[in-house]
Design a protein around this ligand. Structure first.
Ligand SMILES: Nc1ncnc2c1ncn2[C@@H]1O[C@H](COP(=O)(O)OP(=O)(O)O)[C@@H](O)[C@H]1O
Ligand SMILES: [Mg+2]
Length: 542
């Protein structure tokens, strides 16, 4: 309940700037409902007038004009409110989309680990559209329909209480049946939404990994799985169709049935002179007006359900707190970055770093080596604030990383992560449109390295940035690293080519530092590094 209220407040927040227009739309809507109710009433007056002979030709003409003017008024004001709703709806959706996207890009990296791209894309596009549809086609319409139904029942009772009570009774039966039906409708629609989203996700995944599928000859398997999802969606659509095939005819039947009852009971009343012919006709008109909204109810209920589901999805994104960002600015002449008793896991209790300690002084150059999965990239992820350690602290000059403005840190870091796509290094519009030029991964690395070298920075971070370069280019990078001696560098490398004489080498194993020192230190130690070095040497000799 509380949560529902929060969602509502959140949504209303976006509508606030348009409150003036919404009031106009709402007033127009009430006006339209009023005139719609007035027309049958006017017709009743004319007919009764003619039958009693009270209506002169002149009066009939006048009444016809006034009915015409009602219709014109209805037309103008319903156009006005639908215009206002559509325009403000688009504006509101625009700002929801904007605030959502801004929020999403600030979410912590862990969010993206557990939510796939397809899902997030659906949130920003489809879910917002579902809200829009509810806002423009249902919200105000529903209020209007409600007013009309209440007005109709009230008017009919004022004409003839017996007919009024009959109609009220039938209405109550319909409402009870509709409520019983609601559960089925809800199930059918949520099924439909679920199967569509599964199908979308599956297609998304298949297309993205198409080369993998081909490589492992999994195309047939993939196709069968696709058919399965597609079939589910097909069934859900059929289900929805059958459900509708029952609902609509039922309401249509009720309309006709009620009309029959009204004519039967009504004509008796007319003969007994307790009701006029005009009133009987008006009641029949009102009957149509009353059942029309009920007929549309199933559609509207669907839109309402989608909108509810959508707003819940959107709200859960908004409710995921974004990366914490402090105020403190990064000092270029920092003294040290310290990992103090860090415990970190990506998920559950699968500790990647256990009580990890490391001190990086300004100007140091570190080289991290260690087998795949030993936690090298994880260490960088933590320094750059992509993930937060569960225990322990990262301190820059004694101040926790959390207190820093991450932007000021990242702007002083020149980073090439292992899986940085070229896109991340594309700062301007022109390049932006060129990213579809296919390049080899090595070419992307060259481009990344060039971009990185052009930046002014204090700390350079390379995560296997040269793994796809040929040895000549790797040598260029090494020369470059040698030239920037007053900067701090953290380099992850698989090959040992990038190691310089006074680099501090850190050998990682399962998230623990097992050896630390310069090349000559570690060679003298004759430990694991020594073995790795010898292996490398032999490899190059052969
Ligand atoms: N996003 C992630 N979610 C869950 N586990 C992860 C994630 N990234 C890395 N890991 C796991 O953390 C461990 C260390 O990974 P990583 O630091 O990338 O290793 P390295 O860079 O040394 O190859 C590995 O066991 C890896 O499977
Ligand atoms: Mg790595």
């Amino acid at each position: 309940m509380n949560r529902d209220r929060n969602i509502l407040f959140w949504l209303i927040g976006f509508a606030k700037p348009y409150i003036f227009w919404l009031i106009i739309a709402f007033s127009s809507m009430i006006l339209v409902a009023y005139f719609e109710l007035l027309i049958p009433y006017k017709i009743k007056e004319v007919i009764d007038g003619i039958l009693t002979g009270e209506m002169t030709r002149e009066l009939i003409k006048l009444s016809a004009y006034s009915i015409l003017s009602f219709i014109a008024t209805i037309f103008i004001f319903s156009s006005l409110f639908s215009y206002i709703l559509n325009i403000s709806g688009q504006k509101i959706m625009f700002s929801i989309r904007e605030s959502l996207f801004r929020h999403i890009v600030k979410l912590p990296q862990s969010y993206f680990d557990s939510n796939d791209v397809g899902r997030i894309t659906t949130r920003v596009t489809n879910d917002i559209n579902a809200l829009n549809e509810f806002y423009t086609n249902v919200l105000v319409q529903l209020v209007k329909d409600f007013l009309v139904v209440i007005g109709v029942i009230f008017l009919i009772i004022s004409f003839n209480s017996l007919l009024g009570l009959i109609i009220l009774g039938i209405n109550i039966v319909v409402i009870i049946l509709a409520l019983l039906y609601k559960e089925r409708l809800r199930r059918v629609y949520s099924n439909l939404r679920r199967t569509i989203s599964q199908l979308n996700s599956f297609i998304n995944e298949s297309i993205r990994s198409i080369s993998l599928l081909k490589m492992y000859n999994k195309e047939q398997l993939n196709y069968r799985r696709f058919l399965c999802y597609s079939e589910n969606n097909y069934q859900a659509n059929l289900d929805q169709m059958y459900t509708f095939a029952m609902f609509r005819p039922f309401i249509e039947f009720t309309t006709v049935f009620t009309a029959g009852v009204i004519i039967w009971v009504g004509s008796h009343q007319v003969i007994q002179k307790s009701m006029s012919i005009g009133e009987l006709l008006a009641v029949l008109f009102y009957l149509r007006m009353m059942f029309k909204p009920i007929l549309d109810l199933a559609d509207k209920y669907n839109i309402l359900q989608s909108a509810l589901a959508a707003s819940e999805n959107l709200f859960s994104i908004i409710n995921t707190s974004s990366e914490k960002n402090g105020k403190k600015l990064f000092n270029k002449n920092f003294k040290s970055i310290v990992f103090k008793d860090i415990w970190f896991s990506y998920a559950n209790d699968n500790w990647i770093l256990k009580n990890f300690n490391l001190e990086i002084m300004n100007g140091d150059s570190f080289v991290l080596i260690g087998s795949t999965g030993s936690g090298k990239t994880t260490i960088l992820n933590l320094i750059l604030g992509f993930y937060k350690p569960q225990k322990g602290e990262i301190l820059i000059d004694g101040t926790p990383l959390d207190s820093y403005d991450m932007e000021s840190i990242r702007s002083n870091f020149s980073v090439i992560m292992q899986d940085t796509p070229l896109f991340n290094n594309v700062p301007n519009e022109d390049d932006f449109h060129n990213i579809d030029v296919i390049r080899s991964i090595g070419e992307k690395q060259i481009q990344n390295i060039k971009t990185m070298m052009d930046r002014t920075f204090q700390v350079i971070v390379l995560d296997e940035a040269t793994s796809n370069l040929d040895l000549d280019l790797e040598k260029d990078v090494k020369n470059y690293l040698e030239k920037i001696e007053n900067k701090t560098s953290i380099v992850i490398a698989h090959r040992l080519n990038l190691i310089k004489d006074n680099d501090i080498i850190i050998l990682l194993q399962n998230g623990e530092i097992i050896e630390k020192g310069t090349h000559s230190d570690l060679i003298q130690e004759k430990g694991s590094y020594f073995d790795i070095f010898r292996l490398n040497q032999n490899f190059f000799k052969n």
